[in-house]
Each structure stands twice: as C-alpha cells, then as structure tokens.
Design a protein around this ligand. Sequence first.
Ligand code: ZN
Length: 360
Amino acid sequence: MTSTPDGSVDYPLCATPDPGGWQEVVSGVLWIRLSLPFQLDHINVWALDGGAAGWTLVDCGLGDPRSRAVWKGLLRDALGGRPVERVVATHFHPDHIGAAAWLVERTGAGFATSLTEWLFARTLSAGNDAAADAVVERFYRRCGLDEEVLASLLARKGAYSRGVPAVPATLTRLRAGDRLRVGDRDWTVIGGSGHTAEPVSLHRPADAAGPDLLISGDQILPRISPNISVWPSEPDADPLADYLASLEGWSALPADTLVLPSHGRPFHGLHRRAGDLARHHAERLAEIETLCAEPQTAAAVTRALFPRPLDPQQMLFAVGEAVAHLNHLIGKGRLERLAGRHDGMPAADLYRRPDVTGPA
Ligand SMILES: [Zn+2]
C-alpha cells in the first residue's frame, strides 16, 4: 500500500482500458479494468481465451451490484457471449474474489484458487463470532492505538462480507507447479506467500505467438509495494519473511517476462522491480530499528512509517504492515517485545533494541 517509485520498470503498452473497458494484451489474453470504490481505484482482470472450452477469468472485482452490472456487459461484449470455463482467484481479498460466486452461478463456470485462499474467503465471508471480535480488539489495544482509531477500526466489522457476499462452495484446488490448461496452452501455477498466505500467480512460457507472461496478482506490482500485514488471528506471524523469499523466487522467470499485475499497468522489469521492493523493505526495517532505540508502540511506528492521514481501511493495512516489520525484526533478534501489563484490557506492547537497556 506504499507508493514506491516505478523507475525500474517499462510499460510496453501505450493505452490503458477505461473502467469497464478492455483491450487485448497479446493474442487471446484480454486486459479488463474494473473500478473500485477505494483510494486504490481499479483492479485489472485477465480473460484468457480457451477456444471452444471457453474463457478463463483471473480475478473478478467486488461482489457488489455495480460490479455485477458491469460484468453483464463484459460477458456479452468483451467475451462475445461465449462460455466461461473457470474463474480463478489469485487470493481472497474482496477486489479479487468478490464477484466469483455470482459469476460461477451465472455462467456455470468452475472455480479455482489455492485451498488456503478459499478457506480464508469462506471463513471471513461467514462473519465473526464474539470470540473473534474480542481477539481483534485485544490485538489493536496491544498495538497502542488510541480510542478513537480503535473505535473506527472496530466499526468496520462485516466489511469483508459486504465486498464478498458469497464464496463459491466448491473449488478446483491449485498448488504451486500445477498446470492449468487454457485452450491449447498451459499456464503454470506459481506459489509464494506474503501479501496473503497462499496466493496464486500464473506463468505462461514464451513461444512463437508471444513472450513469457506472468499474471502476478498482488504479489508484485509496478507502482505500489503490496501490503504485507500481520492480522489479529495470527499475531506472531512473520509474513515479511515469506514475502522476501517470494521476491527472490521471481529470478527463476526470464528477465523479459511481461508481468500482468492486478493494479497498475503491464510491465517489463520483473527482476529489477523485485530488487526495488526488497530494498524498500530493508530500508523500512533499518528505519524501525533506529526508531526503537527508544521503546516504541506499534502505533508510534505506524505513525512514523505512514505520516499522512489514513482512513480506517488504510489504517488497518498500515498497522498490520508496521507489526509485520516489527515481528520480522524480532525473528531476526534485532528487536525485542516487552509485553504490556494485562489487568483487564491489555496495555500496549513496547518494542526496543535488545542492545539498548533502561526502563521501559
Ligand atoms: Zn490483495
């Protein structure tokens, strides 16, 4: 969710589709753009032409009435009224999976994603119980958020199921290394982790008809650093370690791969971009380590990393991202956590460098 300079990438396509519009990227691969009612105002959806078997759609926008109306036009016009063989979700976030259940129901398509992403979506869409709500409040109190921010975060309850009113009840499970047949071409499932637990990317090797293609989901984006967050349900997780390992993994693909990201525009420069993002996180880690010469709460670290005003959704991502970096530093032995005292509701945890002693 952080803007990072995109100077290391090239954009080979001149035009960008308008919201609700589309264009062909290479033969048989359509770039569809849908608008989103967030600060991040669009998502790219990819339609892969499978010939007689029908289209494979990769990601599908929110499950709200506006998206459904746009999809009705797209099914008719962009996809020519031909069948949809399957809907693939790269991960469980609402802008990617929201309309999947409706599309599957309407077109008779199959649904495919990784098991973990599907389970997350099913669980979150079903809503929280009281115990889960208490865990959420406890987590953000331990982060040291003030009452006003805490209240605005807790008021977002149910946001997921508004963007994802239903999740397909069955799936074709995708695992790293699986082949997905689309027409007479194979796409290989690339695994990874970090932005979510088990996102799916798809790679198609170069051939006479076109270059290497990578549908990257949110795992690598040209202009923004994908959000890497710790969430209340797994407070000690280190998703940044997973993400940094995934960034290294892109070196296995050819340097001139054309990357089709979920946000922004198709780009060249996969290896350089992965290097930039790794450096971005290394700089953040160093910045936090310096800050924690004095004991800090996660809220104070969040304000230092994200000084601009944040709406409640952005605040969730920002706090989660701060804790992801703090947990990573703890895992590396570069920081320690001093648990807040718990009499009734927890007080905030403090983070400090182990080499700096003194009262906390
Ligand atoms: Zn996402």
